[in-house]
Design a protein around this ligand. Structure first.
Ligand code: CA
Length: 230
């Protein structure tokens, strides 16, 4: 796998062109495909480090292709950022649920996209589950099962702890309620999505005396994101 090799799958040549130079400048090697068939050949020849995938493609849609990529053992580890049209909240949710790692809404600036690419690449570099995680002054110790801010323990329930642990391992990425349920509670069909909201509220309450409740952000119409950006 090439270190910084990115594949853009987008039928609009103007968008591919717009991205080419800024991505090169940021140190990425870029390959381009105008449709899924072209992309499959390129992926077969060389597995990219990350895929930028347009939602609206002629023939096989971006969503369908994301689903195929995430099912295939050869390609399932390759992060995908979906390029979606404005205001299609339902699309974002479906994109995330088939396994896309993030999305950007058109029109976007190359700079914004590059920031997202870097965040996704950082996040998808594997961490061990017992590793101590620190975000600003907030630190979580999975072994001791404790959350600290400047050596003071932040008191929270076990579910809030698991929720925070999950979020801290996956910063800057939006998750739907359903995904949070799967990741934090496991595939328990008897738990309703609004349970997530309840525990999110408790987690924020636990963090708020330290001013860190802002890290747990609501993304309207989609779900939640753990982010240091206000
Ligand atoms: Ca398109």
């Amino acid at each position: 796998m090439s270190e910084q090799h990115i594949l853009i799958i987008e039928d609009e040549a103007a968008i591919r062109e717009m991205l080419l130079m800024p991505l090169n400048k940021a140190g990425f090697i870029v390959e381009q495909a105008a449709n899924v068939r072209e992309a499959q050949t390129l992926i077969f020849n060389r597995l990219p480090k990350l895929i930028l995938l347009d939602w609206m493609l002629p023939g096989t849609s971006g969503l369908e292709f994301a689903y195929q990529l995430k099912k295939d053992t050869q390609t399932k580890e390759v992060p995908i950022i979906m390029l979606t049209a404005k205001g299609e909240e339902g699309d974002k949710i479906r994109g995330l649920e088939v396994g896309a790692d993030d999305y950007v809404t058109k029109p976007f600036s190359p700079r914004e996209l590059i920031a997202r690419i870097k965040a996704v690449l950082r996040r998808t570099t594997k961490q061990t589950l017992t590793e101590h995680i620190t975000v600003q002054e907030l630190s979580l110790d999975p072994k001791e099962y404790r959350v600290l801010v400047q050596n003071k323990e932040v008191i929270m329930g076990p579910t809030e702890f698991r929720l925070l642990h999950f979020f801290m391992q996956h910063p800057e990425r939006v998750y739907t309620r359903n995904q949070v349920l799967d990741q934090v509670w496991g595939n328990n069909v008897y738990i309703e999505e609004r349970t997530v909201d309840v525990h999110i509220r408790r987690l924020r309450k636990a963090l708020s005396p330290y001013g860190y409740d802002y890290l747990v952000q609501t993304v309207r119409g989609v779900g939640y994101r753990f982010s240091v950006r206000e």
